[in-house]
Design a protein around this ligand. Structure first.
Ligand SMILES: [Zn+2]
Ligand SMILES: [Zn+2]
Length: 481
């Protein structure tokens, strides 16, 4: 029900922007103008307009731009793949994307864009001012890789090493951020070439550390990646009125786009629990307080936080414990036990209730056993929520970019710090399939896996997507000054 209301509001605002366009088109006779405007009034017309194309003259300009995007994306494919393979062969972990950031900045400067570097440590922001007045839109890519050893015989496979939390590790672009960076650089090139007739401004965010920092453990006070870019003012001057991002995704056919309106990816919060007991000989447990037994009870109790106390009728939630550490010897009851886990949700209100219920459950269970519990919850990533109006509005663009091969995405249990950009401006984040079409989708190595593989034929679709999201938005929204 709420969705229906949102659609009406959206189309109404689209109508307004169409009217502004129509008024600045001298070639359209006034009679036709009148009938176009009147024809779009009223609820019946709104229902039609929701799926109808733009008025003819606007549509022609948008179509011409799309054709150019399609041609250029194809023509630039060799350079796109070369850049992607170069970045793939030289992956860098979160907050140390030095080479990648320099490569990005150099390519953007060569296009004549205004480029800022060192944003949120290694991030890059570039501004492309179009030759015509219009709004500001932002496009985002992430640049960091993961501490994963690549399993592949590709000629550009990674042999890189890095430091992850003070340990030597192998490094791989196992989440496809190399593809995102190359796609957005190619998009910047295409949009730069048409800048004279671009009605508005496009801002490019190349962010570091989407997967988290490699150089420190989050403690709830320090920031990184998208959140840090926002805190540093990256979205203030210029301030975008919409922000777009995409993620290559294993298990979706190459070139297909999957997306959904509303909550899309989960919030992700770290859970750290310490159960404090009293050390004693395991043959005389009554002389101490056993944190092992208390932690087992707490672990079972945590299972009821979602299943018994959370309203799961709208969105699911997850509370998982991933590690338990306690004790040194079979016949010694230790002083304490440490557990770590994750809390995931798709709604800000549910998230806060989960936090409160997790704390209460663990603390009271510990108290019942005579122990104490220290519960620390560190909010790391907000839920990624696609703006319903923006998602509806850009649906035709996504269908064009993917040549009608679009599908609705399920909720994704992973998290994305695109969420922080989408909190500042209406956002739309879509998934681009990169698994070869002949392959069993269910057997594709998932993102973050050592066998993660990108079918490069999808990358041109990624360029079409990012470029046309920007231009279609600008063409539909530009107003004369
Ligand atoms: Zn990832
Ligand atoms: Zn990722």
């Amino acid at each position: 029900m709420a969705d229906r209301v949102t659609i009406v509001v959206l189309v109404s605002s689209e109508q307004l922007s169409w009217r502004r366009h129509i008024m600045q088109l001298p070639t359209i006779p006034h009679k036709l103008l009148f009938s176009l405007i009147c024809g779009l009034s009223g609820h019946a017309a709104i229902a039609v307009a929701a799926s109808a194309p733009l008025p003819a003259a606007i549509s022609a300009a948008a179509d011409a731009t799309r054709s150019e995007i399609a041609q250029q994306a194809k023509a630039l494919e060799p350079a796109l793949l070369e850049t992607r393979r170069d970045i793939h062969a030289h992956p860098e972990l979160g907050n140390v994307e030095k080479r990648t950031g320099e490569l990005v900045a150099a390519q953007l400067r060569a296009l004549g864009l205004e480029v800022r570097t060192g944003v949120a440590r290694t991030g890059v922001v570039a501004i492309l001012k179009g030759g015509l007045p219009g709004p500001v839109v932002a496009l985002r890519a992430d640049m960091d890789a993961l501490p994963v050893k690549e399993v592949s015989d590709l000629p550009f496979a990674s042999h890189s090493k890095g430091r992850y939390l003070d340990k030597d590790v192998d490094v791989m672009h196992a989440c496809g951020h190399d593809a995102h960076t190359a796609i957005l650089l190619t998009t910047a090139k295409i949009l730069s070439d048409m800048r004279a007739r671009l009605p508005g401004t496009v801002v490019f965010y190349f962010q570091p550390a989407e997967e988290g920092p490699s150089d420190f453990v989050p403690d709830g006070k320090n920031t990184w990646g998208a959140k840090m870019m926002v805190q540093e003012g990256a979205m203030k001057a210029p301030k975008p009125e919409a922000v777009f991002g995409l993620h290559v995704w294993a298990g979706i056919p190459a070139g297909q786009i999957a997306y959904r309106a509303g909550p899309t990816l989960a919030s992700s919060d770290d859970l750290r629990i310490r159960i404090l007991g009293k050390q004693t000989h395991a043959g005389r447990p009554w002389d101490g307080i056993d944190p092992i037994t208390v932690s087992a009870e707490a672990l079972v109790g945590l299972q009821t936080v979602v299943s018994r106390r959370t309203d799961i009728s709208s969105f699911p939630s997850v509370v998982s414990i991933g590690t338990i550490n306690g004790g040194t010897r079979y016949n010694i009851i230790p002083e304490s036990v440490d557990m770590t886990g994750t809390i995931r949700s798709y709604d800000y209100g549910i998230r806060q209730k989960l936090h409160a219920n997790v704390r209460q459950t663990v603390e009271k269970i510990a108290e019942s056993g005579g122990a104490k519990a220290e519960v620390t919850i560190i909010e790391k990533y907000d839920p990624t929520i696609n703006d319903a109006g923006l998602t509806e509005k850009m649906g035709p663009t996504l269908r064009w970019a993917a040549q009608n091969d679009v599908t609705q995405s399920p909720l994704v249990g992973g998290a994305e710090d695109f969420s922080f950009f989408a909190k500042e401006a209406p956002g739309l984040f879509v998934f681009l399939g990169i698994t070869p079409r002949g392959q069993d989708m269910a057997k594709a190595a998932p993102n973050h896996n050592p066998g993660f593989f990108v079918d490069e034929s999808a990358l041109v679709v990624g360029v079409r997507t990012m470029a046309s999201l920007a231009t279609d938005y600008l063409y539909a929204a530009a107003a004369p000054r």
